[in-house]
Ligand binder design. Sequence first.
Ligand code: AMP
Ligand code: GLY
Length: 422
Amino acid sequence: MKILLLGSGGREHALAWKMAQSKNLSRLFIAPGNAGTATLGENIPVKVDDFEGIGRVALDKKIDMVVVGPEDPLVKGITDYFSSEPNLKHIPVIGPTAKGALLEGSKEFAKEFMIRHKIPTAKHFSVTDNNLKNGLEYLSCMQPPFVLKADGLAAGKGVLILDSLAKAREELKAMINGKFGQASSKVVIEEFLKGIELSVFIITDGESYLILPEAKDYKRIGEGDTGLNTGGMGCVSPVPFADKDFLKKVEERIIKPTVEGLKKDNIEYKGFIFFGLMNYNGDPFVVEYNVRMGDPEAEVVLPRLKTDLVNIFKAVAEKNLLQIKVDITPQSCATVMLVSGGYPEAYEKNKEITGFENIDDSLLFHAGSAIKDGSVITSGGRVMAISSMGNNFQEALKKSYKNAEFVTFDKKHYRKDIGFDL
Ligand code: AMP
Ligand code: GLY
């Protein structure tokens, strides 16, 4: 099978790495890819939201399947584009239609979906310019902290959690007035959920689903979960507190009603669902849906998956997923993200990365890297994820931290406390 993978992060390097192990993969193309994916297939310089460009590549290279890494092209309708173009519609796309992608693309849509299908989540109130006064009153009746979410995609920056009512009122007005552009012309105010977060992943063909390993991500830049939010600084899988009982509740109360709900709502969905969850006193609540794998979650989930990923994707495309049994190693996997100094605020790029050859017993997934004049250079905030396996997450982390020392680039930074709260 010839597969075209869309995206350029650590998640895509991990997806490419896993697919490359399949006997059923004949060639892999990645658009646009990074220095890591270039070692597993052919990178093609086409942007993930250039649908016509992607369509041309798919025809030129005689692609049999497209796998979508990030949310942006899904929310913009890449799956619908392929199914509506007469010369592309024979090529299956792994990733939901635009309607399905609204689970991530609109917080309000996701909330209404959860209410409709009785899926546990925080109470909410939606605000636009038309009912801003009601929104401000709603805030006054709540207990702090106050959770404000831009309805649309805001590059992971659209959620504010505030302790003071005055600040929350001020931010609500600023959001409605365009703080996050069009994405915050509607704002969802949410009740704050106390607890400990984790993520659960499935892949579905719209009928049945496979549950993939759960993971816990460390989103803040600073040790002890302090400072600004990032795309994710490290991750572990499995999550020790997610025991059998808890995961059973997740399946019965959240996964099943979500897949059933999509069917009832006539939403075609073939792809990953990422459930961002809060464990509150042993009960799971949905904090968010994502319509893709996480990054860096993919870098710990996929190394634990023993089943052939290309076979899984093929079964999803053929609506035949019930035939596949998922096999997961009981070993732990942990990843540590090396980032450019300054990230998630301003940072410098084009720093040469060296020392890969010294990596021992870890997997190195490139995120923000590129090749220039034969050298590997930094090209993003999150530069690479170092994933390792072990009998427990502490053992896995030890290997990642040892190898994190070997990879060098100017102003390299990483969190030294991944897993500190477990
Ligand atoms: P989201 O983009 O919806 O996942 O929100 C980003 C982060 O904000 C989450 O990962 C949580 O850490 C936090 N968060 C979002 N919603 C809530 C909530 N209702 N209660 C507590 N924390 C939340
Ligand atoms: N690491 C969080 C995400 O991929 O959304």
